[in-house]
Design a protein around this ligand. Structure first.
Ligand code: WTA
Length: 653
């Protein structure tokens, strides 16, 4: 578990409580405290009521078919996700409402009404069909945070081609792994994107990746514009590569949406697990859309005139569910920003909030900790008085960060929804309801109505401190790991019988609130990004100088966790500062900059059990500067002492 038990015991005695204001309560989307009981008494009926708020081409015969660990929701129902996000808003006043308000990092701005977005998506759907993409074919999307990312996703959904969005910060090799695993036929990328004033050359990365793939027939390239003069500089491979704008020019704006079965594949999204190979989390259509729709509306208290901003990247699940599908299914106005929060200065986010009159703001604790460090002056320069609700996601939020968010960004008037969920859960699972729940800094509070979550011990007994467990199927649950059924069962369903194991530790307090304590497996959470220790270890041993490595998480003030790598070099190689820099860069090149280790400690030996298993627990103790735990099972206990001395010598950076 990241974080130590003592600190969490202190958390559980948290006395501060914040009730929604009378004003907020009076207008809340969910205002009836009986909702929890109603939902629990008839879970299927509850979800069915939400599903009815969507447009179905054909109604379902059964709400749920549960054959653990396989669930089917809204069995027999037919619908199309893009139709629900676009077409159904075109008949009323939403037609001319802004669907997407986008700002690029250099300051370029584009706004799409629902009518506009529908047209662009329909055209791009025809473009994809013209490139030979048929229902069921996979499409990889490797784009910056530009409107075309949302357009591409919705176009895939419209024609029934599952997308696999790959975060633009991933390396060519990581992209290639994902393209190959999904056997993607088409890759959609851009000549570049902006990040902190620099240009990320996505097409060049995609070229390198596609060289390692034999399944890709076409690469569609978006010209990002705003000073990126890709045309001319970008190498276009004849017959394979095509410019987005060339194809869009002649594409028809009429495209009938594919009639999809409720259980047809909507997308695959890769996420880190406990092995070296990322897993392709599979999401389907009807249940997923129902839960992202319901949670967006209820948790963010979404109203017709809100300006909603989720700062995530579409490359992560938060961007899928809470930038694209949830808000657009609700007919919301979504703000999308391309770049970094500190470019050109540390006031950029607040400048954007003021400029567009943001009312709902959803971000990650790691960002909040960075804002705290940058100081109150930055938000203080802007008018944030339109903000009425704040949200967080991605990692446990420490009470100081929560209080700062409440006071400085929320002006002490905004409810904060601390939302727990995962790539695998597809949508929010544990969260306050802003018009009902008394919040306490640091807890995600209670399961959303219709969700059954509890805390279990190793043998499946109820306890107040142990593992978080989801005890009933939910509509947006993953339907599997792409092409790896065995791993699906083993990872999530083998700990207890018919109960989902998310991999997080949790505690329950006297109010029955759930406190999520972080991962209990070998998955790190660095600045809200999931990274498997094994992935980083594989990247390290891939370097010619490395004999062996072990990677652990280390508490970090802003990122939550940072990566500490313990490395044994091959005979004759010296552990110099250059070697340290080389290995850090090697990991960044192999996986992406988010996986760059913060420190590399060279050691002659790693602590191992007599059977040769590396004892990561001891390495975590060393990295955290804690008293080292039980070493009696080690083959050579002296290794730990030597390592500890070495670590302290090298400076506990
Ligand atoms: C962690 C992001 C505490 C948790 C949507 C989970 C959280 C992992 C919270 C999933 C929260 C997410 N409080 N921990 N509110 N939200 N986590 O798949 O460890 O990128 O298992 O999904 O983030 O990360 P993922």
């Amino acid at each position: 578990m990241s974080g130590d038990a003592g600190a969490f015991d202190a958390l559980l005695s948290e006395e501060r409580r914040f009730s929604p204001s009378e004003e907020f309560r009076a207008h809340a989307v969910v205002a009836d405290p009986g909702v929890y009981e109603t939902a629990a008494a008839d879970r299927e009926g509850y979800w069915e009521r939400w599903a009815r708020e969507l447009d179905w081409f054909q109604a379902w015969d059964r709400v749920l078919e549960w054959d653990p660990p396989y669930a089917k929701w809204f069995v027999g129902g037919k619908l199309n996700v893009a139709h629900n996000c676009l077409d159904r808003h075109l008949d009323g006043p939403r037609r001319n409402k802004a669907a997407l308000v986008w700002e690029g990092e250099p300051g370029d701005v584009r706004t799409y009404t629902y009518w506009d977005l529908h047209r662009e998506v329909s055209k791009f759907s025809n473009v994809l069909r013209g490139l030979g993409v048929e229902k069921g074919d996979r499409v990889a999307i490797y784009l910056p945070m530009i409107p075309e990312a949302a357009i591409a996703m919705l176009a895939c959904a419209r024609i029934g081609a599952p997308h696999s969005v790959v975060f633009g910060g991933f390396s060519p090799e990581s992209l290639a792994d994902r393209i190959n695993d999904a056997r993607a036929k088409v890759v959609i990328t851009a000549d570049g994107g902006y990040r902190r004033g620099g240009i990320v050359h996505l097409k060049a990365n995609a070229d390198e990746a596609v060289r390692l793939c034999d399944c890709v027939e076409h690469v569609v390239v978006v010209a990002r514009g705003a000073g990126i003069t890709g045309q001319g500089q970008v190498r276009m491979e004849e017959g394979r590569d095509v410019w987005y704008h060339d194809l869009m020019e002649s594409a028809s704006a009429v495209c009938e949406p594919e009639v999809m079965d409720s259980e047809d594949l909507l997308y695959i999204l890769y996420t880190s697990g406990t092995t070296g190979k990322p897993k392709g989390v599979v999401h389907t259509t009807g249940g997923y859309l129902t839960q992202v729709y319901a949670t967006t509306k209820a948790v963010f208290d979404l109203k017709e005139d809100d300006m909603y901003w989720c700062t995530a990247d579409v490359g992560w699940v938060t961007g899928h569910s809470y930038i694209v599908y949830g808000p657009l299914a609700n007919g919301a106005t979504v703000l999308m920003y391309e770049g970094a929060p500190d470019w050109p200065d540390r006031g950029r986010f607040w400048e954007i909030c003021q400029k567009y009159g943001v009312t709902i703001f959803y971000t990650a604790p790691t960002a909040i900790r960075a804002f705290m460090r940058w100081g109150e002056d930055w938000p203080g320069r802007y008018d944030l008085s339109r903000i009425r609700l704040l949200g967080t996601v991605g990692e446990p939020i420490n009470p100081e960060a929560w209080m700062w968010y409440h006071r400085v960004i929320g002006g002490e008037r905004c409810p904060i929804v601390d939302t727990w969920w995962q790539t695998e859960t597809g949508a929010i699972m544990i969260t306050p309801l802003p018009g009902l729940t008394d919040t306490k800094p640091g807890t995600a509070t209670r399961p959303f109505p219709g969700i059954e979550a509890t805390i279990l011990d190793d043998v499946g007994g109820e306890t107040t401190a142990g593992y978080l467990a989801i005890t009933a199927p939910w509509p947006s649950m993953l339907r599997g790991i792409y092409g790896d059924d065995e791993r699906y069962r083993a990872t999530y369903w083998s700990k207890w019988d018919g109960v989902y194991f998310p991999g997080d530790g949790a505690k329950r307090d006297g109010d029955d609130y759930l406190w999520i304590l972080g991962r209990v497996d070998d998955v790190l959470n660095v600045a809200g990004h999931r990274i498997g220790t094994m992935e980083v270890e594989s990247a390290l041993v891939d370097h010619q100088s490395v004999a062996e490595s072990a990677v652990v998480g280390k508490t970090h003030d802003i990122k939550g966790q940072s990566i500490a790598a313990f490395v044994t070099l091959k005979e004759g190689v010296e552990g110099t500062a250059e070697m340290e820099a080389t290995l850090k860069q090697h990991v960044a090149d192999k996986i992406g900059a988010i996986a760059r280790p913060e420190m590399v400690v060279f050691t002659a030996d790693l602590p191992k059990t007599r059977s040769g298993k590396i004892m990561r627990r001891l390495l975590r103790d060393i990295a955290e500067g804690r008293a080292v735990g039980d070493t009696t099972t080690l083959a050579d206990p002296a290794v730990v002492q030597r390592l500890k001395e070495k670590y302290e010598e090298e400076g506990d950076a």
